[in-house]
Write a protein that binds this ligand. Structure first.
Ligand SMILES: [Zn+2]
Ligand SMILES: [Zn+2]
Length: 308
């Protein structure tokens, strides 16, 4: 029996390649909560009295993060958590995730706000997919942009001063490479885990889960008995992100810690990136920050309107 390198008492169930530690279930879970705590303070993500909206999709990352934040928040009696869930309107898929999110919030005693694409934009994602079939944009690209808008709106409506999303280390590293490969370097600045205060209409976005690797997030959810939706979205786009995921996972096996290195590199050049994004304008239609004239969301909504 191999003993845990932290407590030295219980049997190790997990080997952490990038640190060389062998951890028992208990010490592993504690290390994840500790890491989130450190990430929050390293990036100064919250104030002691922040009202924090947490984007909860019903997947393993967001449900784990919600539980961890609820635990950390116990030490900050003036801070508040509100879970926000966006129902994109995907028949037979989203309903299950929404139910899981509702259950988790009830158990944790966290206020929950549900917002749907239909009530916000007039269409469900299923309707958007139907309408834009054969067009240049996939349902995924609509969903990504509209969900960001929806989350921001939900956060604003509940009076939050922060919006926490559950992007994990793998999501971050993949998105960095994805944006570089697509030549979309201006978007890199938006990846700042600490978020930016761009305008009053834009709730500052933070990513407290950004230093937790995907497989550790899965193990955490499993050890904590968190019920989450594991089925992938029927519209999930595969191509490029999947290639990058496989590539990163292969490198990570050969050189443990590579995903962390990518995150650290981006952090180092963030001040430069931000200087460039400082030139962001505000969309004349909705007043939200944009890299172009009219923002992506408004462009998409106009596009959909034309197809009516
Ligand atoms: Zn232990
Ligand atoms: Zn706009």
């Amino acid at each position: 029996m191999v003993l845990c390198s932290v407590c030295g008492v219980r049997e190790a169930v997990y080997f952490r390649p990038y640190s060389g530690e062998r951890l028992c279930g208990e010490c592993f879970c504690e290390s994840i909560v500790e890491r989130v705590r450190r990430t929050i303070s390293r990036y100064e993500m919250f104030e002691y009295d922040s009202r924090i909206a947490v984007g909860v999709s019903g997947g393993k990352d967001s449900l784990s993060l919600l539980q961890i934040l609820a635990e950390i928040e116990e030490d900050f009696p003036k801070a508040e958590l509100i879970a926000v869930t966006v129902d994109e309107g995907i028949r037979g898929y989203r309903d299950e995730a929404v139910r899981l999110a509702e259950e988790a919030c009830r158990e944790l005693g966290v206020e929950h706000r549900l917002l749907s694409f239909k009530e916000l934009f007039g269409y469900t994602l299923d309707e958007i997919a139907e309408r834009t079939k054969g067009g240049p944009l996939t349902p995924c690209s609509f969903c990504g942009v509209l969900r960001r808008r929806a989350l921001n709106q939900a956060a604003r409506e509940v009076g939050a001063d922060r919006l926490a999303t559950a992007h994990n280390l793998d999501d971050m590293a993949q998105t960095v490479l994805l944006n570089i490969l697509r030549g979309d370097h201006r978007r890199l600045a938006l990846l700042d885990p600490a978020g930016m205060s761009i305008s009053e209409r834009f709730v500052r976005r933070v990513k407290p889960y950004c230093e937790v690797p995907e497989r550790e997030s899965t193990l955490y959810a499993y050890l904590k008995d968190i019920r989450f939706q594991s089925r992938p979205c029927p519209y999930a786009e595969t191509a490029m992100r999947n290639d990058i995921r496989n590539f990163l996972n292969r490198i990570e096996v050969k050189r443990p810690g590579t995903k962390f290195t990518i995150l650290r590199s981006i952090q180092r050049i963030l001040p430069l990136l931000k200087r460039e994004t400082g030139l962001l304008g505000l969309c004349p239609l909705c007043g939200e920050p944009t890299t172009g004239e009219i923002c992506r969301t408004c462009q998409m909504l106009q596009e959909l309107e034309r197809m009516r």
